[in-house]
Ligand binder design. Structure first.
Ligand code: UDP
Ligand code: MG
Length: 322
């Protein structure tokens, strides 16, 4: 049985060697079976690629897929799942927040429970600030509420997937991926493994707030049509309020129960509120249209500039698109 470890890396020169060493230790200490470490270099502009190439030249278990530029974490994981040859694949971060020592336990759970996916659930998250852990917590719950799905809470992309999952995943056409949600949505048998998330080994997070928000939006708008419904409902409510107000004004003209010439305040308030409602609903529509636009263009999710240690690749620079 061949196990592929998929590791997306972006500017991780400070952690990559340690990551490799810890993985090798796990695999050799317990003879877990044959393995390949598939590092996806997501357009790093530090020494990551050089270090990886150094490791790959002495250890043929190490494979590198080098992107032509930074395409993002989800694209890197996707490339890993497309390129891996294993009967099983395990997705993990390079920064050792997902400890490789959990891998044997994942394999055991798979064996025992006969499940197709073993997903890591973080019992604690060390070394991450209050804002990040709390917003993440809130977001996972909100996503479950709004999408009517039952995604496992507090689970990231650290997970084991078997061949049947990999095969179906490869056939999915969507380009902007929210992988943790997609794999959950696939079904099959999925079991949790509980682990403590360690602090990052070295370096800083590659997920600034901007990227985090974009990622959350993909999860939200790809799994739920509720924002569209909400926009419709707000629009409908506005019409009802507008009609009620119109009725009041009309009756006022007839019965003259209000002689004072007022109206500036109410007019301005109405213009502002209804203007806001319109912009909001257009914005929601825009999000969906933007996503449609992305999907319709059909551009590749990532572009590979080089593959190293792949059978038949002979370390050449072959321009490839996926
Ligand atoms: N990563 C990537 N491309 C990106 C951003 C991140 O491949 O554009 C990788 C990164 O090298 C790491 C993993 O994705 O292995 C998770 O990123 P990070 O640890 O910075 O995120 P955090 O754990 O802080 O959410
Ligand atoms: Mg991390």
């Amino acid at each position: 049985m061949l196990i592929s470890i998929i590791i997306p890396t972006f500017n991780e020169e400070k952690v990559i060697t340690e990551c490799y060493n810890r993985l090798v230790n796990v695999f050799t200490a317990q003879s877990l079976g044959d393995y390949e470490f598939l590092f996806i270099n997501d357009g790093s502009h530090d020494g990551t690629l050089e270090i990886l190439k150094g490791i790959a030249s002495v250890d043929k278990h190490v494979q590198i897929v080098d992107f032509s530029r930074n395409f993002g974490h989800q694209a890197a994981v996707t490339a890993g799942l497309h390129e891996c040859r294993g009967d099983l694949a395990i997705i993990m971060d390079a920064d050792l927040q997902d400890p490789p020592e959990v891998i044997p336990e994942m394999l055991k759970i798979r064996e025992k429970e006969k499940c197709n996916v073993v997903y890591g659930v973080r019992t604690t998250r060390k070394g991450e600030n209050f804002f990040k852990t709390q917003t993440a917590k809130l977001f996972y719950r909100f996503l479950n509420f709004i999408s009517n799905e039952n995604f496992p809470l507090d689970a990231g992309d650290f997970r084991l997937v078997d061949k049947s999952i990999i095969t179906v995943f490869k056939s999915l056409p969507e380009r902007n991926k929210y992988i943790r949600g997609l794999i959950g949505w696939l079904g099959f048998k999925q079991c949790p493994v509980y682990y403590e998330r360690d602090p990052r080994f070295a370096g800083t997070t590659k997920y600034p707030l901007r990227k985090m928000l974009r990622f959350a939006a993909v999860g939200l708008f790809y799994f739920s049509k509720k924002p569209l419904k909400l926009a419709t409902n707000i629009g409908f409510l506005s019409i009802v309020i507008g009609l009620a107000f119109a009725l009041f004004l009309f009756l006022n003209v007839i019965f003259k129960f209000d002689y004072v010439v007022t109206g500036w305040t109410s007019t301005i308030i109405i213009i502002i509120v209804f203007g806001g409602v319109q912009l909001l609903t257009i914005g929601v529509l825009g999000q969906y249209i933007g996503n449609l636009f992305d999907e319709v263009k059909g551009r590749p999710e990532y572009i590979i500039s080089e593959k190293i240690n792949f059978a038949g690749s002979s370390n050449t620079s072959d321009e490839q698109e996926k």
